[in-house]
Design a protein around this ligand. Structure first.
Ligand SMILES: [Cu+2]
Length: 502
């Protein structure tokens, strides 16, 4: 079958009609579904959703994706795409067990299709927002309503899962609160980090068109507008990133005109740090403060005091800080790129620091998830591993042929080489990085554990030439993306599909 026919057969198998309506459809006839995979809209998915504990409350929102001229501060405007006209989009905040009913209205220009992926949430498979795997792409001028129970508290975010739209302004925090929150703190501040190009030096589509030519081609014509050479980071094990960004933003603002949190000295504040960037890891520190790390990717850990955190694309960290008296820069150093994003904490009088300030904490005790341990109540119970998959990360900058197991993913033929699991299994994934660059590997629909007793995560940094093993319980049937959260590596093909056998 050629790829177009296979795609039609797949969509037919999923029960997808052209306009994006999902019919309830059990695993059965036609196309790749007959390979014996659980359909994202099948009965196994519905059965698990029915077991999720709901409050019965529904939160209704409309998210309009459209062109917007964004004010990044200091007189800088960016013509981009955003949800409801702002970046980051307005945060969604729910309580555990609430149902989110989010209507996506696609008003993007140029007949662009889109979707929303709810990053980190273990939700029902047909609401995961991945065309053509879990739904048909939402066409321009059309709407699609995402409806699912949010049954695990934590810090999440959402963004499209089409092309390199992640690198536009289409993202916002999603916070699921625990009514029995065990942490005690006085206030919260959500801190969203992002590397910014759109509407300033070009668009993400232009960036991808250039970088996908590969390094040799670009070196030849010497007209590189976007490709970054020589970004090195010891923390990331070598090459830090592929793309030149004119700005690094915190909560949508440039350092010269920063977002500011205003509080009182002595207060304990929970920072929810989200890296919504596409090609940049950030080293984050709050000047004059230690940070106590409490959560990784929404899940509690054994508390750990640090000076700075390394946060890859798609990762989230929650930290507690006890505020000092004065004006303090919160700085996100673009790792290996020699630029920073900045926001401020104000509890007293004082002038704002220079936008280029580098707090000494950035070079203090720096941690990332690989050094942290899951809290006792979220550690996976020990049991025998039923299934091991070797996930080789392959490719490089020369040909820009980023892939998994040497195969670049084909969005038109997603089930061609599934990574098969069965419901009820304990699964181990060995990320074997054969490349000379780090990759933040993200699994949809599940929160794995790093090694035995490590932090629970859905996105983890895999350093070059290293192997990272993660464990998860196959308890959420469906078809799930496993991919590098570098938007450009993913688009180039560093994606796999974890599929449940029917
Ligand atoms: Cu990558």
């Amino acid at each position: 079958m050629n790829s177009i026919n296979r795609r039609s057969a797949l969509l037919a198998g999923l029960g997808i009609a052209g306009a994006g309506a999902l019919a309830a459809c059990a695993t059965g006839s036609g196309g790749p579904v007959s390979l014996g995979l659980v359909s994202p809209s099948g009965s196994a998915v519905a059965a698990v959703e029915n077991k999720r504990k709901g409050t019965g409350r529904t939160r209704q929102v409309t998210l309009t994706a459209a062109r917007a001229v964004l004010d990044l501060g200091a007189g800088i405007k960016a013509d981009s795409w955003a949800f409801n006209g702002r970046t980051p989009g307005k945060e969604l905040r729910l309580s555990v067990g609430d149902t989110l009913a989010a209507e996506l209205s696609n008003q993007l220009p140029d007949r662009t299709t889109t979707s929303i992926h709810w990053h980190g949430i273990a939700l029902r498979g047909d609401m995961d927002g991945v065309p053509a795997v879990t739904q048909a792409a939402v066409r321009a001028g059309r709407n699609f309503t995402y409806r699912f129970i949010t049954d695990t508290p934590g810090t999440y975010f959402f963004h499209p899962h089409v092309g390199v739209q992640l690198d536009r302004g289409l993202y916002a925090p999603l916070i699921v609160e625990d009514p029995k929150e065990p942490l005690s703190y006085d206030d919260e501040w959500v801190v969203v980090l992002d590397d910014w190009v759109d509407g300033v030096t070009g668009t993400p589509d232009e960036v991808f068109a250039e970088v996908k030519q590969g390094m040799n081609m670009n070196m030849g014509d010497m007209s590189m507008r976007f490709m970054l050479m020589g970004a090195r980071s010891t923390l990331l094990g070598g090459d830090a990133g592929d793309v030149k960004y004119p700005y690094h933003l915190i909560n949508g603002r440039v350092p010269a005109d920063p977002d500011a949190y205003t509080g009182k000295p002595g207060r304990r504040v929970r920072l929810r740090v989200i890296n919504a960037g596409s090609d940049t890891a950030y080293r984050v520190a709050l000047s004059g403060h230690k940070m106590t790390v409490t959560h990784t990717d929404g899940f509690p850990i054994r508390h750990q005091e640090v000076d700075a955190l390394l946060v890859g694309m798609g990762e989230r960290y929650d930290v507690l800080v006890t505020l000092g008296d004065g004006v303090f820069p919160l700085v996100a150093l673009a790792e290996g790129k020699d630029m920073t994003g900045m926001a401020l904490v104000r509890t007293g009088s004082g002038a704002a620091p220079a936008p280029t300030v580098r707090p000494r904490e950035l070079d203090g005790m720096i941690m990332s998830a690989s050094q942290l341990k899951a809290a006792d109540d979220v550690r996976l119970p020990s049991r025998k591993t039923d299934q091991v998959h070797r996930i080789e990360l392959t490719g490089g900058m020369t040909k820009y042929d980023w892939a998994i197991n040497g195969k670049r993913f084909d969005m038109n033929d997603p089930t061609a080489t599934p990574i098969l699991v069965e419901q009820g299994q304990r699964v181990r994934l060995d990320f074997v990085n054969t490349t000379t660059m780090w990759h933040p590997m993200h699994l949809h629909g599940h929160t794995y554990q790093l090694g035995s007793g490590g932090a629970r995560k859905d996105t983890t940094i895999v350093p070059p030439k290293k192997t990272v093993s993660v464990f998860f319980d196959a308890d959420n049937p469906g078809q799930w993306m496993l991919h590098c959260h570098n938007a450009y590596h993913g688009e180039a093909g560093m994606i796999g599909l974890v599929a449940y056998r029917a």
